[in-house]
Design a protein around this ligand. Sequence first.
Ligand SMILES: Nc1ncnc2c1ncn2[C@@H]1O[C@H](COP(=O)(O)OP(=O)(O)OP(=O)(O)O)[C@@H](O)[C@H]1O
Ligand SMILES: [Mg+2]
Length: 314
Amino acid sequence: MIVGPDAVAAVAVGGLPRRPGVLVVTARAPDATVWQSGVEAGAEAVLELPVGGSQITERLADSLDDRGRTGVTVAVVGGCGGAGASTLVAGLGVAASRAGVEALVVDGDPLGGGLDLALGSESVGGDRWPALVGISGRVSAQSLRMALPMVSPSSRMAALSLLSWDRGDPQAVPPDAIREVVAAGERGHDLVIVDLPRWVDPAGEQVLIKADVTLLVVPAEVRAVAAAGRVAARVRAMAAALEVVVRGPGPAGLTGAHVAEALQLPLAVEMRSDRRVASALDLGYGPWRLRRGPLAQACDVVLARQGLVREEVA
Ligand SMILES: Nc1ncnc2c1ncn2[C@@H]1O[C@H](COP(=O)(O)OP(=O)(O)OP(=O)(O)O)[C@@H](O)[C@H]1O
Ligand SMILES: [Mg+2]
Protein backbone atom coordinates (compact mmCIF):
# COMPACT_ATOMS: atom_id res chain seq x y z
CA MET A 1 0.00 0.00 0.00
CA ILE A 2 1.34 3.42 -0.95
CA VAL A 3 0.04 6.37 1.06
CA GLY A 4 0.71 10.09 0.86
CA PRO A 5 1.55 12.30 3.87
CA ASP A 6 -2.04 13.60 3.92
CA ALA A 7 -3.52 10.10 4.35
CA VAL A 8 -0.97 8.43 6.59
CA ALA A 9 -2.42 9.91 9.78
CA ALA A 10 -5.84 8.50 8.86
CA VAL A 11 -4.29 5.05 8.25
CA ALA A 12 -2.55 5.29 11.64
CA VAL A 13 -5.69 6.20 13.60
CA GLY A 14 -8.11 4.21 11.43
CA GLY A 15 -7.32 1.00 13.26
CA LEU A 16 -6.56 -0.91 10.05
CA PRO A 17 -4.82 -4.21 10.79
CA ARG A 18 -1.06 -4.00 10.33
CA ARG A 19 0.12 -5.36 7.00
CA PRO A 20 3.48 -5.63 5.26
CA GLY A 21 4.39 -3.41 2.35
CA VAL A 22 3.05 -0.04 3.55
CA LEU A 23 5.10 2.82 2.04
CA VAL A 24 4.69 6.52 2.80
CA VAL A 25 5.63 8.61 -0.22
CA THR A 26 6.16 12.35 0.08
CA ALA A 27 7.00 15.05 -2.46
CA ARG A 28 9.10 17.04 0.05
CA ALA A 29 11.20 16.30 3.12
CA PRO A 30 8.94 14.47 5.61
CA ASP A 31 8.35 16.32 8.88
CA ALA A 32 8.12 14.80 12.35
CA THR A 33 4.34 14.29 12.08
CA VAL A 34 4.70 12.23 8.91
CA TRP A 35 7.41 10.07 10.52
CA GLN A 36 5.32 9.55 13.63
CA SER A 37 2.19 8.62 11.66
CA GLY A 38 4.34 6.35 9.46
CA VAL A 39 5.58 4.49 12.52
CA GLU A 40 2.05 4.22 13.94
CA ALA A 41 0.75 2.88 10.61
CA GLY A 42 3.53 0.25 10.57
CA ALA A 43 5.08 1.69 7.38
CA GLU A 44 8.17 -0.11 6.04
CA ALA A 45 9.66 3.11 4.71
CA VAL A 46 9.07 6.83 4.27
CA LEU A 47 10.32 7.72 0.79
CA GLU A 48 10.85 11.20 -0.57
CA LEU A 49 10.46 11.76 -4.31
CA PRO A 50 12.28 11.84 -6.63
CA VAL A 51 15.17 10.10 -4.80
CA GLY A 52 12.97 7.31 -3.46
CA GLY A 53 11.51 6.66 -6.93
CA SER A 54 13.71 3.70 -7.78
CA GLN A 55 12.87 2.04 -4.46
CA ILE A 56 9.17 2.47 -5.21
CA THR A 57 9.60 0.94 -8.68
CA GLU A 58 11.47 -1.96 -7.08
CA ARG A 59 8.73 -2.53 -4.47
CA LEU A 60 6.04 -2.41 -7.18
CA ALA A 61 8.00 -4.90 -9.31
CA ASP A 62 8.34 -7.10 -6.21
CA SER A 63 4.61 -7.10 -5.64
CA LEU A 64 3.92 -7.97 -9.30
CA ASP A 65 6.47 -10.79 -9.10
CA ASP A 66 5.08 -12.21 -5.89
CA ARG A 67 3.61 -15.67 -6.68
CA GLY A 68 3.79 -16.70 -3.03
CA ARG A 69 6.66 -19.11 -3.78
CA THR A 70 10.11 -19.17 -5.37
CA GLY A 71 11.31 -21.70 -7.92
CA VAL A 72 14.06 -24.28 -7.66
CA THR A 73 17.26 -23.93 -9.71
CA VAL A 74 18.92 -26.98 -11.27
CA ALA A 75 22.35 -26.53 -12.91
CA VAL A 76 23.55 -29.14 -15.41
CA VAL A 77 27.18 -29.77 -16.39
CA GLY A 78 28.63 -32.42 -18.70
CA GLY A 79 31.30 -34.65 -17.17
CA CYS A 80 32.97 -34.92 -20.58
CA GLY A 81 32.36 -33.59 -24.09
CA GLY A 82 29.09 -34.77 -25.61
CA ALA A 83 27.95 -36.38 -22.33
CA GLY A 84 24.32 -35.45 -22.92
CA ALA A 85 24.09 -32.42 -20.61
CA SER A 86 22.27 -30.12 -23.05
CA THR A 87 19.93 -32.95 -24.02
CA LEU A 88 19.11 -33.53 -20.33
CA VAL A 89 18.40 -29.80 -19.92
CA ALA A 90 16.02 -29.90 -22.90
CA GLY A 91 14.44 -33.11 -21.54
CA LEU A 92 13.92 -31.53 -18.11
CA GLY A 93 12.22 -28.52 -19.69
CA VAL A 94 9.88 -30.79 -21.65
CA ALA A 95 9.17 -33.04 -18.63
CA ALA A 96 8.38 -29.99 -16.50
CA SER A 97 6.05 -28.55 -19.11
CA ARG A 98 4.23 -31.88 -19.43
CA ALA A 99 3.86 -32.18 -15.66
CA GLY A 100 2.35 -28.69 -15.35
CA VAL A 101 5.52 -27.21 -13.82
CA GLU A 102 6.34 -23.73 -15.17
CA ALA A 103 10.01 -23.70 -16.05
CA LEU A 104 12.69 -21.47 -17.53
CA VAL A 105 15.54 -23.07 -19.45
CA VAL A 106 18.74 -21.00 -19.66
CA ASP A 107 21.55 -21.69 -22.10
CA GLY A 108 24.70 -20.83 -20.16
CA ASP A 109 27.11 -22.27 -22.72
CA PRO A 110 28.10 -19.64 -25.30
CA LEU A 111 29.94 -22.27 -27.36
CA GLY A 112 27.17 -24.86 -27.29
CA GLY A 113 24.93 -25.72 -30.22
CA GLY A 114 22.06 -23.62 -28.86
CA LEU A 115 19.24 -24.88 -26.66
CA ASP A 116 16.68 -23.46 -29.09
CA LEU A 117 17.80 -26.12 -31.56
CA ALA A 118 17.77 -28.82 -28.87
CA LEU A 119 14.16 -27.87 -28.07
CA GLY A 120 13.13 -27.57 -31.70
CA SER A 121 12.23 -23.92 -31.24
CA GLU A 122 14.72 -21.98 -33.33
CA SER A 123 11.97 -20.00 -35.05
CA VAL A 124 9.96 -19.04 -31.94
CA GLY A 125 10.05 -15.25 -31.50
CA GLY A 126 11.40 -13.55 -28.39
CA ASP A 127 14.64 -12.25 -26.90
CA ARG A 128 17.90 -14.22 -27.02
CA TRP A 129 21.01 -13.66 -24.88
CA PRO A 130 22.43 -10.79 -27.00
CA ALA A 131 19.42 -8.68 -25.96
CA LEU A 132 20.03 -9.44 -22.27
CA VAL A 133 23.79 -9.40 -21.76
CA GLY A 134 23.61 -5.71 -20.71
CA ILE A 135 21.52 -6.45 -17.61
CA SER A 136 23.17 -5.29 -14.41
CA GLY A 137 20.37 -4.50 -11.94
CA ARG A 138 17.25 -6.25 -10.83
CA VAL A 139 15.04 -7.72 -13.54
CA SER A 140 11.31 -8.06 -13.05
CA ALA A 141 10.10 -11.64 -13.37
CA GLN A 142 7.09 -10.45 -15.34
CA SER A 143 9.14 -8.56 -17.93
CA LEU A 144 11.54 -11.50 -18.31
CA ARG A 145 8.66 -13.88 -19.00
CA MET A 146 7.14 -11.46 -21.50
CA ALA A 147 10.45 -10.97 -23.32
CA LEU A 148 11.54 -14.60 -23.69
CA PRO A 149 10.31 -17.17 -26.22
CA MET A 150 7.58 -19.43 -24.85
CA VAL A 151 8.33 -22.80 -26.41
CA SER A 152 5.79 -25.33 -25.14
CA PRO A 153 3.93 -26.57 -28.24
CA SER A 154 0.48 -26.85 -26.68
CA SER A 155 -1.60 -24.69 -24.35
CA ARG A 156 -2.44 -27.88 -22.40
CA MET A 157 1.18 -27.96 -21.20
CA ALA A 158 2.68 -25.55 -18.68
CA ALA A 159 4.55 -22.59 -20.15
CA LEU A 160 8.23 -23.28 -20.86
CA SER A 161 10.36 -20.15 -21.26
CA LEU A 162 13.72 -20.30 -22.99
CA LEU A 163 16.76 -18.06 -22.86
CA SER A 164 19.01 -19.26 -25.63
CA TRP A 165 21.73 -18.00 -27.95
CA ASP A 166 21.06 -16.90 -31.50
CA ARG A 167 23.25 -17.83 -34.47
CA GLY A 168 25.39 -14.66 -34.13
CA ASP A 169 28.97 -14.41 -32.87
CA PRO A 170 29.53 -16.01 -29.46
CA GLN A 171 30.01 -13.73 -26.48
CA ALA A 172 30.53 -14.32 -22.77
CA VAL A 173 27.57 -14.02 -20.41
CA PRO A 174 28.32 -11.34 -17.81
CA PRO A 175 28.04 -12.85 -14.29
CA ASP A 176 25.70 -10.03 -13.17
CA ALA A 177 23.35 -10.72 -16.06
CA ILE A 178 22.99 -14.44 -15.41
CA ARG A 179 22.64 -13.92 -11.67
CA GLU A 180 19.75 -11.48 -12.19
CA VAL A 181 18.15 -13.69 -14.86
CA VAL A 182 18.22 -16.73 -12.57
CA ALA A 183 16.89 -14.70 -9.63
CA ALA A 184 14.04 -13.29 -11.75
CA GLY A 185 13.48 -16.78 -13.19
CA GLU A 186 13.06 -18.22 -9.69
CA ARG A 187 10.57 -15.50 -8.79
CA GLY A 188 8.54 -16.10 -11.95
CA HIS A 189 8.77 -19.89 -12.42
CA ASP A 190 8.61 -23.13 -10.43
CA LEU A 191 11.89 -24.32 -11.92
CA VAL A 192 14.98 -22.79 -13.56
CA ILE A 193 17.28 -25.18 -15.46
CA VAL A 194 20.69 -23.92 -16.56
CA ASP A 195 22.99 -25.61 -19.08
CA LEU A 196 26.58 -24.81 -18.10
CA PRO A 197 29.85 -25.24 -20.00
CA ARG A 198 32.20 -27.88 -18.62
CA TRP A 199 34.95 -25.32 -18.05
CA VAL A 200 32.78 -23.24 -15.75
CA ASP A 201 33.16 -19.53 -16.47
CA PRO A 202 32.44 -16.66 -14.01
CA ALA A 203 28.79 -16.67 -15.11
CA GLY A 204 28.62 -20.40 -14.44
CA GLU A 205 30.09 -19.86 -10.98
CA GLN A 206 27.19 -17.52 -10.13
CA VAL A 207 24.75 -20.22 -11.17
CA LEU A 208 26.51 -22.98 -9.21
CA ILE A 209 26.45 -20.88 -6.06
CA LYS A 210 22.74 -20.22 -6.48
CA ALA A 211 21.61 -23.66 -7.68
CA ASP A 212 19.68 -25.97 -5.36
CA VAL A 213 21.23 -28.96 -7.09
CA THR A 214 23.91 -29.42 -9.77
CA LEU A 215 23.72 -32.48 -12.02
CA LEU A 216 26.91 -33.85 -13.52
CA VAL A 217 26.05 -35.94 -16.59
CA VAL A 218 28.44 -38.85 -17.10
CA PRO A 219 28.40 -41.66 -19.69
CA ALA A 220 29.20 -45.02 -18.08
CA GLU A 221 32.69 -45.25 -19.59
CA VAL A 222 36.06 -45.25 -17.88
CA ARG A 223 37.50 -42.21 -19.67
CA ALA A 224 34.26 -40.27 -19.20
CA VAL A 225 34.43 -41.00 -15.45
CA ALA A 226 38.06 -39.85 -15.36
CA ALA A 227 37.12 -36.60 -17.13
CA ALA A 228 34.08 -36.13 -14.89
CA GLY A 229 36.33 -36.44 -11.85
CA ARG A 230 38.27 -33.42 -13.07
CA VAL A 231 35.10 -31.42 -13.73
CA ALA A 232 33.73 -32.41 -10.29
CA ALA A 233 36.92 -31.24 -8.62
CA ARG A 234 36.34 -27.76 -10.07
CA VAL A 235 32.63 -27.40 -9.41
CA ARG A 236 32.44 -29.20 -6.05
CA ALA A 237 33.44 -26.19 -3.97
CA MET A 238 30.75 -24.00 -5.52
CA ALA A 239 27.88 -26.47 -5.84
CA ALA A 240 25.89 -26.99 -2.64
CA ALA A 241 24.53 -30.35 -3.83
CA LEU A 242 26.39 -32.11 -6.64
CA GLU A 243 24.85 -35.33 -7.98
CA VAL A 244 25.55 -37.56 -10.99
CA VAL A 245 23.25 -38.57 -13.81
CA VAL A 246 24.74 -41.63 -15.47
CA ARG A 247 24.05 -42.47 -19.10
CA GLY A 248 24.45 -46.16 -19.90
CA PRO A 249 24.72 -48.94 -20.63
CA GLY A 250 28.49 -48.89 -20.33
CA PRO A 251 30.26 -50.81 -23.10
CA ALA A 252 32.22 -52.75 -20.48
CA GLY A 253 29.45 -53.12 -17.91
CA LEU A 254 30.00 -50.03 -15.74
CA THR A 255 26.77 -49.20 -13.89
CA GLY A 256 25.43 -46.00 -12.37
CA ALA A 257 26.41 -47.26 -8.91
CA HIS A 258 30.02 -47.85 -10.06
CA VAL A 259 30.25 -44.37 -11.55
CA ALA A 260 28.75 -42.68 -8.50
CA GLU A 261 31.10 -44.60 -6.22
CA ALA A 262 34.14 -43.75 -8.31
CA LEU A 263 33.22 -40.08 -8.22
CA GLN A 264 32.09 -40.26 -4.58
CA LEU A 265 28.90 -38.43 -5.45
CA PRO A 266 25.24 -39.32 -4.95
CA LEU A 267 23.52 -40.92 -7.93
CA ALA A 268 20.53 -38.79 -8.99
CA VAL A 269 19.39 -41.20 -11.69
CA GLU A 270 20.73 -43.72 -14.18
CA MET A 271 19.27 -43.66 -17.68
CA ARG A 272 19.67 -45.76 -20.75
CA SER A 273 20.77 -43.98 -23.91
CA ASP A 274 17.71 -43.35 -26.02
CA ARG A 275 18.21 -44.33 -29.66
CA ARG A 276 15.56 -41.84 -30.78
CA VAL A 277 17.28 -38.81 -29.20
CA ALA A 278 19.84 -38.07 -31.91
CA SER A 279 17.34 -38.13 -34.77
CA ALA A 280 14.66 -36.20 -32.81
CA LEU A 281 17.20 -33.46 -32.14
CA ASP A 282 18.53 -33.46 -35.70
CA LEU A 283 15.05 -33.31 -37.20
CA GLY A 284 14.32 -30.25 -35.05
CA TYR A 285 11.62 -31.86 -32.87
CA GLY A 286 13.48 -31.68 -29.58
CA PRO A 287 12.48 -34.25 -26.91
CA TRP A 288 8.78 -33.32 -27.13
CA ARG A 289 7.82 -36.57 -28.89
CA LEU A 290 9.94 -38.87 -26.69
CA ARG A 291 7.23 -39.69 -24.19
CA ARG A 292 7.89 -42.47 -21.70
CA GLY A 293 11.37 -43.15 -23.11
CA PRO A 294 14.46 -43.40 -20.88
CA LEU A 295 15.22 -39.67 -21.14
CA ALA A 296 11.65 -38.69 -20.18
CA GLN A 297 11.66 -41.17 -17.27
CA ALA A 298 15.00 -39.94 -15.94
CA CYS A 299 13.79 -36.34 -16.13
CA ASP A 300 10.65 -37.23 -14.15
CA VAL A 301 12.86 -38.78 -11.46
CA VAL A 302 14.94 -35.58 -11.27
CA LEU A 303 11.78 -33.46 -10.95
CA ALA A 304 10.42 -35.78 -8.25
CA ARG A 305 13.69 -35.52 -6.29
CA GLN A 306 13.18 -31.76 -6.25
CA GLY A 307 9.61 -32.18 -5.03
CA LEU A 308 8.20 -30.75 -8.26
CA VAL A 309 6.18 -33.82 -9.28
CA ARG A 310 4.82 -36.69 -7.22
CA GLU A 311 6.98 -39.80 -6.93
CA GLU A 312 4.38 -42.00 -8.65
CA VAL A 313 4.50 -39.78 -11.76
CA ALA A 314 8.23 -40.43 -11.99
N1 LIG B 1 19.95 -39.45 -23.43
C1 LIG B 1 20.55 -39.65 -24.62
N2 LIG B 1 20.36 -40.79 -25.31
C2 LIG B 1 20.96 -41.01 -26.50
N3 LIG B 1 21.79 -40.13 -27.07
C3 LIG B 1 22.04 -38.99 -26.43
C4 LIG B 1 21.45 -38.68 -25.17
N4 LIG B 1 21.89 -37.48 -24.77
C5 LIG B 1 22.73 -37.05 -25.74
N5 LIG B 1 22.82 -37.94 -26.73
C6 LIG B 1 23.64 -37.86 -27.95
O1 LIG B 1 24.84 -37.19 -27.64
C7 LIG B 1 24.95 -36.00 -28.42
C8 LIG B 1 25.54 -34.91 -27.55
O2 LIG B 1 24.61 -34.58 -26.57
P1 LIG B 1 24.59 -33.16 -25.85
O3 LIG B 1 24.80 -32.07 -26.82
O4 LIG B 1 23.39 -33.14 -25.01
O5 LIG B 1 25.89 -33.31 -24.94
P2 LIG B 1 26.62 -32.19 -24.08
O6 LIG B 1 27.11 -32.86 -22.86
O7 LIG B 1 25.73 -31.02 -23.91
O8 LIG B 1 27.83 -31.83 -25.06
P3 LIG B 1 28.77 -30.55 -25.09
O9 LIG B 1 30.06 -31.04 -24.52
O10 LIG B 1 28.86 -30.20 -26.53
O11 LIG B 1 28.11 -29.49 -24.28
C9 LIG B 1 23.53 -35.71 -28.90
O12 LIG B 1 23.52 -35.02 -30.13
C10 LIG B 1 22.92 -37.06 -29.01
O13 LIG B 1 23.28 -37.62 -30.28
MG1 LIG C 1 26.10 -29.01 -24.16
